[in-house]
Design a protein. Sequence first.
Length: 544
Amino acid sequence: MSKLLLFINTIKYLKWEQIYFRLVRKFIKPKVSEIYQGGKPQSSEAWIHQTLYNDKINNQMEASFLNHSKKLDLPADWNNEIYSKLWVYNLHYFEDLLSESALKKKEIHLQLLNHWVDDNPIGFGNGWEPYPTSLRIVNIIKAWLGGLELSEKFFRSVFTQASFLSNDLERHLLGNHYFVNLKALLFAGVIFENTRWKNIAENGLLTEISEQILDDGANFELSPMYHSMMIIDMLDMLNLIKAYPNKISRKLELMMEEHIPKMLSFMDAMAHPDGGTSFFNDSVNGIAPSKKTIESYAQKLGFKIIHHDSCENQIINNDHSGYICSSIAGNKLIFDASAVGPNYISGHAHADTLSFEFSIGLQRVFVNSGISEYGLSSMRYDQRKTRAHNTVEVDRKDSSQVWSSFRVANRAKIISRHFKKTSDCENVLQAAHNGYKSLFGGCVHSRKLILKEDSLVVSDTLEGAYREAISRFYFHPDLSVTLESNILRIRGSKFILISDLNDRLASVVDTFWYPEFGVKIPNKALQLNFRGSKLDMVFTWTYS
């Protein structure tokens, strides 16, 4: 497909608002529109402080982000993209202010803040882009509320950043970027008693929370990782509202109290039994705070944590996001019967429709490939493609047309979706999508997953014309994988999984798993070629 057609099939999904503000940003530049009046803001003893991150900067000024470390050379490193632009963004976030050793590094943190203020003139460089500005404003204020003493110089800087941000909101992007812009203005508006910022934030959040958090609790971008990050955003804002009563409307507070329990429940449903996140769309470890940390924070704010017991025979139907989760005897299956995400913001979407992940007990078995970078590269492109996931690739095409780093043209649509428990203690999950169908032919992919205590059946059907199709199953790197005499054996720490591949065109290939940014771990994948319209795979296991 030509680049022009890809572009047309991408832009047609945008909101007019996004197009309008893209034009506005070309001709109207943001500026600081308020004057800092001085005086120290009033802290609140009711603020509940929560450590969120592992240490990112040590006492020797060595910074480690995205699994790349270097001794900081300031001011040069504020805009040194030698590792990646995202690495530089992380330097500007100041998440280390909320790290495990933050109390022991107050002098280092004040030194870094001083460097930032002196080295980053208004509106210049990566640090003044709205996303890092939003995260930094909130992290500095939270650190101050948690006990970090700030001078008037730093308050003046945060005020100036908030004023600039209020005129630089990412309404051309929307989604999680716009959400954190509004969160930052809420924090700054409350702390500095700026009515304009509070009004922008409150009015925007009342709309965005209703849209971005679905009725089953999922973040509408359908990434478990970004979902976890949004829970932190919601907990932070509720924490602020409770710490400064009567500063923000009760309506916004009630909305947060209503949505957070559903968000916590969805996070638990999408987690593996080991407590870690599942890798659908842009999701990996090491970016969002851990599930345990998020739940601890929620409990401090008065929320009750209720876990789904994977030892129970159950099906969790997240009907608004589309994900279906099933468990039996401690084993858990997570099935992507979802859209790629909201039509107008699909930058974090993968062509992973009808993929799944699966754990036996605490050990992951089938895993999607994950991501290791956000740059414009062939690796980023490959990690978003259908062939990087536990699903079926048809005619070497993607189920949804991912391209560039954050683009999607035509998208797969779920056209049927069913689930049921049977009397034989088995759970059946089914869905179909039309991503390979077109005006000129193609086919519909249907998948049925049947989970029992000791087996998993994966049944795929292609209805329509195609030339070739490949089903792939990616194995966690901790597993031993062998294929001998057409018998596939997967050995885990406490189980042996077997599949008879007689009469199958099958091979085991070397590949990679990307569980964190900057991390690449060798693993194995099973590839099976379709011979007809149907391919059934049966995996059985015994415990060792």
